[in-house]
Write a protein that binds this ligand. Structure first.
Ligand code: SF4
Length: 486
């Protein structure tokens, strides 16, 4: 993770498969492709039809499973896996997923990507009823809701639980004999379905399907529940349809460029952002330089559209340890210099356009611009392939507090001055949506403040641990004409 990436941390990755004695080994491979979605912890739960087994640990997937005899420790024909970054709950061992609990109906495991916006209220209510929580993550609430359901069939209990959740969830649930996958009705986070030799595979991104050799069968649709057993699989809506609000930031930055997300090629979308930016905010220059890694595709699109040569003149050092991802300003600035090194003999005397996917706090960008000038760049212009980020995300992306978002404090002109840029332009909101196909199926609340659901503004990271705070409700965004049409 680069220092800039550390400013807007990712959430989680989910993988699941049923139908092979190698389920946990395949899940281990799938998790490797989802490593970018969470570097703090990883885990797999498996079942052999009698029992649900679990292995989790803190750190990268390779570290968690390096010394584990996976077939012996995680036997069975089905498995679910998770890579974690803590959006709610501190990064501690009890918060690692999959979470496994013993219910009256048997052992059950869950792996969840997302953020429940009614978690504080739900937790308060359950604690008042005597519930005891083992972890501080909102995922545990889902297990409590399933446990409390009076429904006879487990699937009905799951459906009842899902209907009490608000916010974002893409999840996999494993019992001794079945695998369930569900996505919230707004479709905030991605979840896709694949097929491997007749087996169903579930993954946050299609790059994980590619890695295990599974064919892409499309998205798990918003508001849909999949039930997969050895003999059959079914899909059904578990709730009433709501306006789709998939997280456009998944396409801009979070997802891997080799993935299809929300049925879109991430690579093509980012390139289109670059082309759109070139049309909206042209500038005379000698070189187009991407900020590694996520600025690459937009820079390619920008260079193709303008004819200005593309030069990857900032080199990323992939071997800097996680030690450098620290909250202090000094260390963050130092880590920028260590991680991204400009190539002096390419940049010297040149007018440079740097392309990045976003500016969050601005501190890393400022440091980067300084290093480009030190490397001899004559002019430094910046084009950003997303609109200014001005608002918090309540659906699973951990941006800093709003007061620390540079676009919340400074105008574009003042931001350019602060960053010591010759010019700065962001893609327009309309341009971004056009690049995504023009349909208003995306959440853009971090740019507009128009949240697709009611949100509890006290629900920042660790709100669950701090307990319920003052509930300040944002009004949901009214549906756009396109949404009404849809
Ligand atoms: S607020 Fe932004 S980051 Fe959060 S879900 Fe919406 S688009 Fe994604």
């Amino acid at each position: 993770m680069s220092p800039a990436e550390a400013e807007k941390k990712e959430h989680c990755g989910v993988f699941a498969i049923l139908g092979t004695p190698e389920a946990s080994l395949i899940t281990r491979i799938g998790l490797q492709a989802l490593q970018h979605r969470g570097e703090e912890a990883a885990g797999i739960a498996s079942t052999d039809g009698r029992q649900v087994y679990l292995h989790t640990g803190e750190g990268l997937v390779k570290d968690v499973f390096e010394k584990v005899d996976i077939p012996a420790k995680l036997p069975g024909f089905a498995a679910i896996g998770h890579t974690r970054y803590s959006v709610t709950g501190a990064p501690s061992a009890v918060n690692v997923q999959p979470l496994v609990v013993e219910l009256a109906r048997g052992r059950i495991a869950i792996a969840h990507n997302g953020n429940l916006t009614n978690s504080v209220a739900l937790k308060k209510q359950m604690e008042a009823d005597g519930a005891i929580f083992q972890s501080s993550i909102d995922t545990e609430l889902i297990l409590h809701l399933i446990a409390r359901s009076k429904k006879h069939e487990l699937k009905d209990a799951i459906i009842e639980a899902l209907n009490q959740l608000e916010g974002s969830f893409s999840l996999a649930i494993l019992t001794a004999d079945a695998l369930y996958a569900a996505r919230d009705a707004h479709g905030f986070r991605p979840l896709c379905l694949g097929e491997l030799k007749g087996m169903r595979v579930i993954a946050s991104e299609t790059s994980a399907l590619d890695l295990v050799g599974a064919a892409y069968m499309g998205e798990v649709k918003p508001g849909e529940l999949l039930t997969i057993t050895k003999n059959q699989w079914t899909r059904e809506p578990f709730t009433v349809p709501r306006p789709e609000s998939s997280c456009i930031f998944e396409l801009i930055y979070f997802a891997r460029p080799d993935s299809l997300v929300f049925d879109h090629s991430v690579y093509r979308f980012r390139k289109e952002l670059g082309r759109t930016l070139a049309a909206e905010a042209p500038v005379e220059a000698d070189l187009v330089v991407p900020v590694p890694d996520s600025g690459f595709m937009a820079a390619l699109g920008f260079a193709e559209a303008t004819g200005i040569p593309f030069e990857p003149a900032i080199v990323r050092n992939h071997y800097v340890g996680r030690t450098f991802i620290q909250p202090s300003q000094e260390i963050r600035e130092a880590s920028v210099r260590i991680k991204l090194n400009p190539i002096r003999h390419i940049l010297e005397g040149k007018r440079v356009i740097i392309i990045d996917d976003s500016i969050v706090r601005g501190t890393t960008t400022r440091e980067r611009v300084r290093s480009l000038r030190e490397a001899g760049a004559k002019e430094v212009h910046m084009r950003v392939s997303c609109p200014p980020i001005r608002h918090a995300c309540y659906y699973g992306i951990d941006f800093p507090d709003e007061k620390n978002l540079i676009a919340n404090t400074y105008s574009v002109e003042d931001t350019a001055k602060y960053l010591n840029l010759d010019s700065l332009a962001y893609i327009s909101l309309a341009g971004m949506h056009r690049a995504a196909g023009g349909k208003n199926r995306y959440c853009d609340a971090c740019f507009t403040g128009r949240y697709p659901t009611q949100v509890d503004r006290s629900l920042r990271k660790d709100a669950l641990e701090k307990g319920a705070q003052q509930m300040e409700l944002e009004q949901p965004r009214p549906p756009s004409p396109e949404e009404k049409k849809d």
